[in-house]
Design a protein around this ligand. Structure first.
Ligand code: GLY
Ligand code: MN
Ligand code: MN
Length: 442
């Protein structure tokens, strides 16, 4: 049994039972499906990779970890792929007792009977919701002498998401690997990028590298935006020509064994930042470094956000994007013309990972960082092409720099230092091969 599951069993206690469903395949169009992606909470607890399974966890039983799985079926497996079946689930995934999923409907009421608490997350799986509601409603009408349905229903994510937020050493290793693959992909994009290429070519170089190096693919839709496209925060068309003199913003990360990386770099298509581009870049870079430094135990999410806002506002003043007193500009949220998103988020199995951002959700008191949390640090400045108040030389420039940072006992560890972010280093990397090629031609 995975240590995560052992801990979960301990947390829910003997008067509880948990029902945790796997994801289902999702239709993409007509009779084709999206590539299957497991539900993270289910995956985190069980490691089981297949769709349509249901884990039932009962800390009071000898078989605490039961799972209902798709049965072996030669015909289905010929058409749609191998299955673990009940034997595989028990042999390879520490399931103590596995049943065919077809038995779930008949068996689960007995598994809930006599329990005070049911850990189940309504709203994820409507057909399972319906089954559980039918059972509960049936119990309401049953004779009181015999009925004993759980009287308290709790969302298991309260426990699982807090566990997911604090990464174990094993998880950190996977996250470092995910980060390493993505760093190398960004470096490759820097080396290959040339004016006249299409954003799609760069996207394919990056995603090819992901797949060739053990990642299952991109952790989210890659953003590859040249020129003004970099000022669109979630630009994903990735189909425009890259022009000489423009910047290219790439926000791309991969998924490795279920763990995401999330990296942004912004570099010149032709390998040399213009003076104006460098001016904006250096402002963002200084703020990014200060916010990396602030990503340590004790700093709160809000303090780090406020720091990014204050420093970026000062930077925008320096660039003459804004005029006035910093305090007033911050209060009036003037910076939002050019910086309209948060400075970062938790990252793990989900790119925007699980875990509360407030110590007390009601009081909205921001939560301090703690060892084991991994957060992105991603300030940016985006000057729309039609920003009439901005100096003309900055219009159409979009810059974001994003790293993934692990909070440690005595500071932090940046997982994504293997791809450069200093302008000189990026230029050197971009021009290394090219200079050699030019001199060979002569
Ligand atoms: N790539 C999504 C984000 O940076 O949050
Ligand atoms: Mn990103
Ligand atoms: Mn991010």
């Amino acid at each position: 049994m995975r240590p995560q599951l052992e801990k979960f069993i301990e947390e829910i206690g003997k008067d509880a039972v948990a029902i945790i469903p796997a994801a289902h395949e999702k239709q993409r169009s007509y009779d084709t499906e999206y590539k299957f992606r497991q539900d993270n909470d289910f995956w985190y607890l069980t490691d089981f990779p297949e769709p349509d399974a249901i884990a039932v966890i009962d800390p009071a039983k000898r078989n605490k970890f039961t799972m209902f799985v798709r049965p072996r079926d030669p015909e289905m497996e010929t058409w749609f792929g191998r299955r673990e079946g009940t034997d595989g689930a028990e042999k390879n995934y520490g399931v103590q007792k596995a049943y065919s999923i077809e038995k779930f409907e008949k068996m689960f009421p007995k598994m809930l009977h006599g329990k005070d608490k049911l850990y189940y997350r309504f709203g994820l799986d409507t057909s399972l919701d319906k089954l559980i509601l039918q059972y509960l409603s049936g119990q309401r009408h049953a004779r009181l002498k015999t009925a004993y349905p759980p009287h308290t229903i709790i969302d298991p994510s309260l426990i699982i998401h807090e566990m997911r937020l604090h990464k174990t050493d094993e998880e950190i290793e996977l996250m470092q690997k995910s980060a390493d693959i993505a760093c190398a992909a960004h470096k490759l994009a820097m080396r290959k990028c040339k004016p006249g290429m299409n954003e799609a070519e760069i996207e394919s170089i990056i995603e090819h590298h992901f797949r060739m190096n053990g990642a299952s693919g991109a952790a989210y839709n890659s953003i590859v935006g040249g020129g003004e496209n970099a000022t669109i925060l979630h630009y994903v068309e990735n189909n425009a020509e890259l022009k000489d003199g423009d910047l290219l913003l790439i926000d791309a990360g991969c998924e490795y064994k279920g763990y995401a990386s999330d990296i942004t770099r912004t570099f010149p298509v032709n390998g040399k930042y213009t003076k104006a581009q460098k001016e904006v870049y250096d402002v963002v870079l200084d703020v990014q470094k200060a916010c990396v430094e602030a990503t340590v135990t004790g700093t709160t999410v809000q303090e780090r956000q406020d720091l990014s806002i204050e420093l970026l506002t000062e930077g925008m003043k320096k660039l003459k994007l804004l005029k006035g007193r910093t305090k007033t500009l911050v209060k009036e949220k003037k910076y939002m013309q050019y910086y309209m998103h948060g400075v970062g988020h938790y990252i793990g199995m989900d790119v925007h990972d699980a875990g509360r951002y407030f110590e007390d959700q009601k009081a909205k008191n921001s939560r301090p960082f703690a060892p084991g949390m991994v957060l992105t640090v991603e300030p940016g400045i985006y000057v729309p092409a039609d920003a009439k108040d901005a100096p003309a030389k900055y219009r159409g420039i979009g810059i974001r720099i994003e790293d993934d940072v692990l909070v440690t006992e005595d500071g932090n560890r940046n997982l994504t230092t293997k791809v450069p972010k200093e302008t000189e280093e990026i230029e050197a990397l971009m021009n290394k091969g090219k200079r050699k090629a030019r001199s060979a031609k002569k």
